[in-house]
Design a protein around this ligand. Structure first.
Ligand code: NCD
Ligand code: ZN
Length: 343
């Protein structure tokens, strides 16, 4: 029997929602990860430090008393976000980053920023206070092809942003293209990227296997095989500015299987086991620990975790559906065989 012991990993991009949905998903993450960067795209979004601290409290109250899971909070950047809020975020010691959603880019992003120029004073405050800027890196111009939106974002928004804010740490979230992988690889020390399991496991054909497959729909949308390969290569390269962020984004089955289905893939159920399978498949299992447990913490300036987790090589079938409030949810890899199991 083959086992793999790793420093307990962190998830640097996670949606846990709120209320009953949160109750049904939070333990999946807490079982695997020590910490998670919690996305602020609730309805209404988490825009103030006081809302973030209340939200953190609600998360903590869903966890058993002996859980050491630590939710790292973020604020949702709007055109109204103030410099004082950033100051307070720093002082809170609980808010680590601000999330930039281009208005209309994805689920619950209507309150996002229309143009970054409008929030330059806030970005200056982030830079000064040493908080991170997390970006959903897709332009929203409907004239830009959906498969090109990340590349166009990099060229037209991210490159000038890095030029203007040389000390601001930026995470390009859930990268999905060769362009993003290359850009981060060659970029400054202040730029990193998170990588999801779905962007390494699937290419865009998975959206149409035998028919329309809504459970494979997420944003950024899955890309062609050459891009999937580039993302796997980046994640398994040992480059310290690529690290784990699941973007696990739970939506009830009925909300996905709809005439206008929600974007988001639920991977929290067995994320670390999926990443282990991907790294093994790439012949780079020895690089999993750094990607999952070291590089993210290092980039965020957090201590590495002390605890460990152990995975065992064992085949098991991922359930086709999981209970989810009054509905079901379809996990990533539903019905397929997973080769690693968390002890
Ligand atoms: C996310 C969600 O559902 O909140 N959906 C997704 O497809 N990734 C939003 C996001 O991170 O873009
Ligand atoms: Zn997300």
């Amino acid at each position: 029997m083959q086992t793999l012991t790793l420093t307990r990993p962190d998830d640097f991009h996670l949606h846990v929602r709120d209320g009953k949905v949160m109750e049904s998903v939070i333990m999946a993450s807490a079982r695997q990860f020590a910490r998670a960067i919690i996305m602020p795209n609730l309805t209404p979004p988490v825009v103030t430090v006081s809302q973030a601290l209340d939200y953190r409290q609600r998360i903590m109250s869903c966890l058993p008393g002996d859980s050491s899971f630590n939710p790292l909070m973020t604020l949702y950047l709007t055109e109204e976000t103030s410099v004082e809020e950033i100051q307070q975020a720093r002082e809170s010691g609980m808010v680590y980053a601000v999330k930039y959603y281009p208005a209309g880019a994805t689920t619950n992003s209507e309150n996002g920023v229309r143009s970054l120029q409008r929030v330059y004073p806030v970005l200056e405050a982030l830079e000064e206070k040493k908080l991170l800027l997390l970006v959903h890196g897709e332009v929203t111009d409907p004239a830009v092809d959906i498969f090109d939106r990340e590349q166009v974002f990099i060229e037209t928004v991210l490159a000038p942003l890095l030029e203007r804010f040389k000390g601001l740490r930026i995470v390009l979230e859930h990268i999905s293209t060769r362009h993003a992988a290359d850009f981060v690889m060659q970029g400054p020390e202040t730029l990193a990227a998170t990588i999801t399991p779905q962007h390494m496991l699937l290419n865009r054909n998975a959206l149409f296997v035998g028919g329309l497959r809504p459970h494979h729909y997420c944003l950024p949308i899955l890309k062609a095989e050459e891009h999937r390969l580039a993302i796997v290569k980046a994640a398994t390269s040992g480059h310290p500015r690529f690290f784990l962020g699941t973007d696990s984004a739970p939506h009830a089955r009925a909300r996905k299987e709809s005439d206008c289905g929600c974007a988001g893939i639920y991977s929290a159920f067995n994320a670390i086991e999926l990443y282990a399978g991907i790294f093994e498949q790439a012949g780079k299992l020895d690089r999993l620990e750094a990607f999952a447990s070291h590089y993210g913490a290092d980039f965020y300036g957090l201590p590495r975790n002390q605890e460990t987790i152990t995975l065992t090589r064992e085949d098991w079938q991922i359930p086709a559906t999981l209970p989810f409030v009054e509905d079901e949810i379809i996990p990533l890899g539903a019905g397929e065989v997973c080769h690693w199991i968390l002890q």
